[in-house]
Design a protein around this ligand. Structure first.
Ligand SMILES: [Fe+2]
Ligand SMILES: [Fe+2]
Length: 294
């Protein structure tokens, strides 16, 4: 049985305390506690409907993420298992709440992919039975988690202001406001984990992480060209397209610090910037040439 590399005791303790605090301070949001009042449903749907759909799908796909995790990390540390137990019910509620809102607006529910695990992940999962390689997979998982949760924090902040600016106060406070408060704690978990594990990795493992991260980076929830174009549309509605390098920089700040410390002066890892620009290009092409994308 492979055993995950342990953290330094102080880092392990900090993580355990962080997870207990998340459980105490952030119980999953109950649907009954949410006020779905929309003053101008048609205008709101036209502007933010597709953003709600994208976010609902990504949140609901947490169930697939858990399946991927158990494939990729056959022997996760105990604190990670405690975290899944706190994090998964929170994310599911985020997805259910956003999905309910889009149904209230007359839209179809999100088309979430809950159980297909790609071949690449199955191969990683098979390799992860070799202990040192499992740590490489773990590191990739923490990097993805950091970028995903940071993206969620920034996107919910933007959606919150956009919703408030439209005068939809119930949605801003009760839906987006409640959800967005739970995301920073997820980011902190992945950040603490990534820093602690990176400190334990050997040079070859670090090399492997850099190599695989470059080859596999994708924006959150964007796993095929259609989803990438959808992500590009979300970026443009939220105003990220105008600040693309700043956004890419914020979601990859810790990753840059850990993986690319020797590349001084680097603002954003090139594979991150490229992926965001690609999403914007795909969305623009689809808007101009819709017949190619049916
Ligand atoms: Fe969430
Ligand atoms: Fe989250």
């Amino acid at each position: 049985m492979p055993v995950s590399t342990a953290y330094a005791p102080s880092a392990g303790l900090r993580l355990t305390e962080h997870v207990s605090r998340l459980a105490e301070e952030h119980p999953p949001i109950q649907l009954g506690s949410v006020d779905f009042t929309v003053k101008r449903p048609r205008e709101f749907e036209a502007r933010f409907g597709h953003v709600l759909d994208y976010m609902a799908r990504v949140e609901l796909e947490v169930d697939r993420n858990v399946l991927e995790l158990t494939t990729m990390l056959p022997d996760p540390p105990e604190v990670d298992q405690q975290f899944y137990a706190v994090w998964q019910p929170q994310e599911i509620q985020h997805g259910l709440i956003l999905d309910r809102l889009q149904i209230e607006l007359g839209r179809e529910p999100a088309d979430a992919d809950l159980d297909s695990i790609g071949l690449k992940l199955r191969i990683l999962g098979a390799l992860a039975h070799i202990s040192p390689f499992q740590d490489v997979c773990r590191m990739l998982y923490y990097l993805t988690g950091m970028a995903t949760e940071r993206s969620a924090v920034l996107a919910y902040n933007m959606l919150h202001s956009g919703t408030r600016d439209m005068g939809e106060t119930a949605i801003a406070q009760s839906v987006i406001g409640q959800i967005k408060r739970q995301e920073p704690g997820h980011f902190v978990f992945y950040q603490l984990s990534a820093r602690a594990l990176w400190a334990e990795l050997a040079a070859w493992q670090r090399w492997m992480v850099r190599f695989m991260r470059k080859a596999s980076f994708a924006p959150v929830g964007a796993n095929n060209p259609r989803q990438k174009a959808d992500f590009g549309d979300v970026m443009s509605t939220l105003g990220i397209t105008e600040e693309i390098d700043d956004f890419a920089g914020q979601i990859s700040r810790v990753e840059k610090e850990l993986l690319w410390a020797r590349h001084r002066g680097l603002k954003v890892p090139d594979y991150v910037a490229r992926a965001f620009h690609e999403a914007v290009d795909l969305a623009r092409d689809r808007a101009h040439l819709p017949h190619l994308h049916r």
